[in-house]
Write a protein that binds this ligand. Sequence first.
Ligand code: ASP
Length: 437
Amino acid sequence: MHVVKFGGSSCADAEQVSKIRQIVQDNPERTVVVVSAPGKRHAQDHKVTDMLYLAHQLFSIGMGGGEVFTAVGMRYAEIIEGLGLQFPLEAELEQIRDALSHGASEDYCASRGEYLCAKIVAEALNYRFVDAWDVIAFNEDRTLNYDETEKRCRERLTGERVVVPGFYGAMPDGEIVTFSRGGSDITGSVLAAALKADLYENWTDVSGFLATDPGIVQDPKTIDVITYDELHELSYMGAKVLHEDAVYPAHRAGVPIQIKNTNHPDAAGTRIVLKPEDDTPIVTGISGKKGFMAVEVTKRHGAGDTGFLRRLISVFEANDCGVEHIPSSIDTFSVLVREEPFRSKQKKILEEIDIFSEPDSIRVSDHIALLAVVGEGMADHPGVAARVFAALGREGISIKMILQGASELNIILCVDEKDFEPAVRALYREFFEEESK
Ligand code: ASP
């Protein structure tokens, strides 16, 4: 069986929900459906979840909120009418309005977007509605209680054709709690893991992960298959298609994830798998980010001084400034940090390094961009780094630093920010457009 999750754009109006109906009917294995709240119908539109947060805010400061809430109701009324469904919308809205005027929580209010959507989609599919409140269990500290959730899912969802709202669940005392924004992806992943689904399909409005940033390379290829580890590396720097916390539950249970496009259901999409497949390409994707700085600390025989690196790093830790990477030469450690928060704490950090590490010199460089060339196919494949360097060399791009871990999952390069886009384009050409050479 497949757990299928549809995002906000797939639930945005009656036309989109009818696509959901077609997709679910097309494959009888699609038995457990998870939905988000209706999202934007066009660029200027508002997500229902955003409207609900606003309504709650207005209610809570005694400024009404009724009009916003009416607008939310209209979104659902349009879907119900467009699909010709029988649904007691007024009674449902009345209950929510009543709860709000009696001080219902923000999470409760936000969760109603998914709750109503799931009830309506269940009606449209002729599936049973099961409230996430009954299956997704949170601990007192608002973290997911996975074991309890798994037990409830097995008891209540096995062998059923159901629609479950995404995004929220219940604490032991019954209070509603939501995941972070975009959290319906997590609900889908958790259900897929708990039910040991054969596949978790995540339906959205793009046809999968792109091999690089479409803002830099025109029409980059869609990645057919990506491993969880590659995804993690690429999404650390690049665009997000899936909520980060949605990967882990499915990954741990060994359930593959398929990203699909509701508007182009025939497009293959991207499959996220545990291990590289036999014909895995050398490079799966190229991502990167600007906005880094390097603090280059030089000390003669620093590498032989066992406490040196610890003292150096503890200064960054004490100042709550994350360290991204530390490439080094014999006597120089280059501590790579994000421009913010480093810049605002720079003076204090440099003074403390001077006191605690007693370096011979410190130099700060800015405007650094990181580029990651990612692919499990690189492992034990000689010549990949040579191709990376040659591609950049041909464009006259100088590489400031190089990082590669023992996993050989990626090669990370630092270049000047002004060279970032040309470098991404050169690497894309090398590995995706001239792959056959
Ligand atoms: N509706 C929620 C949000 O907008 C959760 C989701 O769409 O996944 O964040």
